[in-house]
Design a binder for this molecule. Structure first.
Ligand SMILES: [Zn+2]
Length: 343
């Protein structure tokens, strides 16, 4: 069936068309207009409405490139349903290289928001009324914080079987089921019946090819699973998808100079040395060993650490033996991040 027109803010988009809609958020202190940049790709045929958002945390920019490529790749002529892309939700933080809004509030703890609250609350309100409440499904793109790297992974609520199915269609290296946090976009989406995936990949303030590639292909595969696209060649990922329900941060046992031995993507057995911290003169060192069989899903990129700094994010997985190359004792799938790729 042909689609009906789709409205966002003051713009009505005809079936088979695209539209660029900049929704004003506020004027900043220097009197410049700050807006929410929205791109709507409205398919000819009826189908689900999916939103893809990035830079809710303004310094987590890896998803902005994923969003930019999706806008170029998806054609309204071949689309069933509607794709709403918001490449930069928190324009204030994006420009300032900051996770937060100028008032130091976290947008992802400000949902559902209200029209007369602090700036973060107003932006959350605008985003949910103009975007989320018009969608059936959402994918929010994040990265690790500054000086940390995340293996591309999907975070999904264990409460939704449908969202888990779509996470499997996305096919990232790792799916982590996690609890909903109060005030987050995902918790609000759950309340209003919008299924959501959170994609975490790469490092704040940087782009990397692997995060971009896994992100773009994952969203396209998810859209295919939702019946929005039929891809000529559905690209299969070059790795299996591991599912984990529990993860832990391993912290620096002392201050000093840090060397990570097992970067994100590495499968490790209990007892494996994951990182070493030495004093600067080199006569003392402590090691961090893996307390479980697992996969490293995030690691610190800082060279100097204090006691207690988070160094390795480890997710628990079942049987590691089947995943390891018997010769090298490493994951054979090519997700290893020996070099930090840049665009
Ligand atoms: Zn984030």
């Amino acid at each position: 069936m042909n689609a009906s027109p789709f409205k966002v803010h003051q713009t009505t988009v005809a079936p088979g068309k695209r539209a660029s809609i900049d929704i004003p958020v506020s004027r900043d202190a220097a009197d410049s207009v700050v807006s929410l940049p929205v791109r709507v790709i409205h398919g000819k045929k009826e189908g689900p409405v999916l939103f893809v958002s990035a830079a809710v945390h303004g310094d987590e920019i890896s998803g902005v490139e994923v969003a930019r490529r999706l806008i170029k790749k998806v054609s309204p002529a071949r689309l069933s349903g509607t794709l709403i892309v918001v490449p930069v939700v928190n324009a204030y933080g994006f420009v300032a290289g900051s996770r937060y809004l100028p008032d130091r509030r976290d947008l992802n703890r400000s949902f559902p928001g209200r029209p007369d609250g602090p700036l973060a609350s107003r932006l959350a309100y605008l985003f949910r009324t103009e975007i989320m409440e018009k969608a059936d499904f959402g994918i929010d793109l994040h990265s690790a914080a500054a000086h940390r790297y995340n293996l591309p992974q999907i975070r999904v609520s264990s409460e939704s079987e449908r969202a888990l199915e779509l996470a499997r269609a996305f096919a990232p290296p790792v799916i982590m089921t996690s609890k909903l946090r109060d005030g987050s976009m995902r918790a609000f989406a759950h309340e209003i019946g919008v299924e959501m995936l959170v994609f975490e990949a790469g490092e704040a303030l940087r782009f990397d090819k692997r995060s971009t590639r896994v992100g773009v292909n994952g969203v396209l595969r998810t859209m295919q699973a939702m019946g929005m696209l039929s891809l000529r060649k559905p690209k299969r990922p070059p790795h299996p998808t591991l599912e984990a329900h529990r993860s832990m941060w391993l912290r620096a046992p002392r201050g000093g100079i840090a060397a990570i031995r097992a970067e994100s993507g590495r499968i490790v057995k209990e007892g494996a040395v994951l990182a070493v911290v030495r004093n600067p003169v080199g006569d003392e060192e402590d090691v961090i060993k893996s307390p479980i069989d697992g996969i490293v899903i995030g690691h610190s990129r800082l060279g100097v650490v204090n006691r207690g700094d988070a160094m390795i994010h480890l997710a628990q997985i079942g049987d590691t033996d089947t995943l390891l190359d018997p010769e090298t004792e490493e994951w054979f799938t090519g997700v290893m991040l020996d070099e930090h790729e840049v665009m």
